[in-house]
Design a protein around this ligand. Structure first.
Ligand code: PGA
Length: 262
């Protein structure tokens, strides 16, 4: 039985106008379940529009400095001021580790996230009292080269060493499964999530590591969520495409509630 309270988070990515976002959020708020935490990560422009409407809202990224000459960037105090309670950090799309998207190699560097910038952003968000969802995961080439564990270990250790895990959630998102329709097989997702928990424990505090929620993300849908969420070390989902369809997102919330009760 899952002892951690499940969390289902919707990553809306670069989608939806204000009117569309409000309509979707209204539908999501009707699906809130007392045993499941729900969060949505809309685009920055929608954060102040949707905050305070019954479903907690997070930002998809933050810059690490609080203010200054950083044209185009948004800081942790700014997203908090806009009403965000959480931040997504280190998503593979901000790390420039694309799965499905065909991005010319020359443009990948414009995303330019590294484990070091991820760490700076986490520290900035925690300082501001925001909770953090840290995304980790391997590319297909790394999986095929049997580097999966090493890549994820490095992502975790370099991002989290010395930081409190209390407000941190990890999302395991195999890059090859994001937006591709290819889901990681539940047993394999569980194996990696259990490994993530043991790396967290090795960072210092086994008790804190037991409490950290670990989400699976990567083509989680209404029809595969139940099997994934039934795994002992998978405490919820980070949902992209299916979070834009109210009925699908609601089904995933229900699957999380059911996994909690089973
Ligand atoms: P997906 O995206 O569910 O569309 O695969 C997940 C994510 O990128 O967080």
């Amino acid at each position: 039985m899952m002892s951690r309270r499940p969390l289902v988070a919707g990553n809306w990515k670069m989608n939806l106008t204000r009117a569309e976002g409000k309509a979707l959020l209204a539908e999501v708020s009707s699906a809130i379940h007392p045993n499941v935490d729900v969060l949505v990560f809309p685009s920055f422009t929608l954060v102040p529009v949707l905050a305070g409407q019954g479903v907690p809202v997070g930002a998809q990224d933050v810059f690490w400095a609080d203010r200054g000459a950083f044209t185009s960037q948004i800081s942790a105090p700014m997203v908090r001021d806009a009403g965000a309670v959480a931040v997504l950090i280190g998503h593979s799309e901000t790390r420039g580790r694309f799965g499905k998207l065909e991005v010319p190699p020359s443009t990948v560097n414009s995303f330019g996230e590294t484990n070091e910038t991820v760490r700076l952003k986490i520290a900035a968000a925690l300082k501001e009292g925001l909770s953090v969802i840290l995304c980790v995961g391997e590319s297909l080439a790394e999986r095929e080269a049997e580097q999966t564990e090493a890549v994820i270990r490095e992502q975790l250790v370099s991002a989290l060493s010395g930081l409190s895990l209390e407000e941190v959630t990890i999302a395991y998102e195999p890059v090859w499964a994001i937006g591709t329709g290819k889901t990681c097989e539940p047993g394999e997702a569980e194996r990696i999530c259990a490994m993530i928990r043991s790396v967290l424990a090795s960072l210092g505090n086994a008790e804190a590591a037991e409490k950290v929620r670990i989400l699976y993300g990567g083509s989680m849908k209404a029809d595969n969520a139940a099997q994934l969420l039934a795994q002992p070390n998978i405490d919820g989902g980070l949902v992209g495409g299916a979070s834009l369809v109210a009925a699908d997102f609601k089904s995933i919330i229900e699957a999380a509630a059911h996994a909690q009760g089973s």
